[in-house]
Design a protein around this ligand. Sequence first.
Ligand SMILES: Nc1nc2c(c(=O)[nH]1)N[C@H]1C(S)=C(S)[C@@H](COP(=O)(O)O)O[C@H]1N2
Ligand SMILES: [Mo]
Length: 312
Amino acid sequence: MLIKKPSDIHPDEVTDYALYRERRKFISAGIGLAGAAIFPTAAAKAAATRLEFTHPGQFDTREEKTELEKITHYNNFYEFGTDKYSPASKAQALTTDPWSVSIEGEVEKPFVLYLEDILKKFPLEERIYRLRCVERWSMVIPWTGFQLSELIKLARPTSKAKYVEFETLYRPEEMVGQRRRVLDWPYVEGLRMDEAMHPLTLIAVGLYGEILPKQNGAPLRLVVPWKYGFKSIKSIVKIRFTEQQPVSSWSKAAPREYGFYSNVNPEVDHPRWSQRRERRIGDFLKRKTLMFNGYAEQVASLYSGMDLKKFY
Ligand SMILES: Nc1nc2c(c(=O)[nH]1)N[C@H]1C(S)=C(S)[C@@H](COP(=O)(O)O)O[C@H]1N2
Ligand SMILES: [Mo]
């Protein structure tokens, strides 16, 4: 194939980020023109998947980004099967439009947000974060999204709101993995309010500048880069503010293995394996796992005075 898809252009091929964006636009336009004559609908579809965003970069890792192909073909999304390879195909059955998120619990007034409004209300940014799975592999992903804190401010939680609980869609007709009770569906996750308000905590709607692939949690998912991957819940339909600490799906399924906090911590072993090292997807050799996945400078103060062995 002569013309690369926008997603195929590796940002490392050019030095300057602005130049990279310009080049992407140019090449996408090229696809639009060449494709329009032959496949008008495909060209229109490709154009509709691009996102406009700014690039603040303040928390970005400078490590090499994981290839798009790997980010989209090695997934954990139990709603579409328990292996890493099924979500890439099975998740394509998910209807993500229309989509809405209901805001409930300890808020002044519960309400529903439609995806179109979410995309209009919150300006998007690109954030290049590490993602570290509890299974000892990691990736570097350029997410497109906005800070969860923006949405929380809009939700106007009451003074009783101490935690935020998130829920994934329950739709076994489309989510084939939900036809088996491998987890107590729907998938639930939670954060303490200060964790949810932290500037690193993101709601992602895209990656590599394109709308989120379904296997990566379309149309919107949480990204909490200093916690194990499973905290970053996908395809969210409900956000509930609570006074009590939520019970997340994984801590319900295996309380001895998965705690509420689940901060990346090389000092605290999983009961069945050490968390000292990890394999970056695409690498051959393992590397050391960093405290808080390398975000200690930003988040360690949230846990000062807490015994991180007890609150794992
Ligand atoms: N709803 C839902 N969210 C989920 C999961 C899941 O099974 N269901 N898996 C989690 C796990 S274990 C990881 S490591 C990350 C993987 O995200 P990725 O596939 O986009 O890399 O998603 C998390 N979010
Ligand atoms: Mo994971």
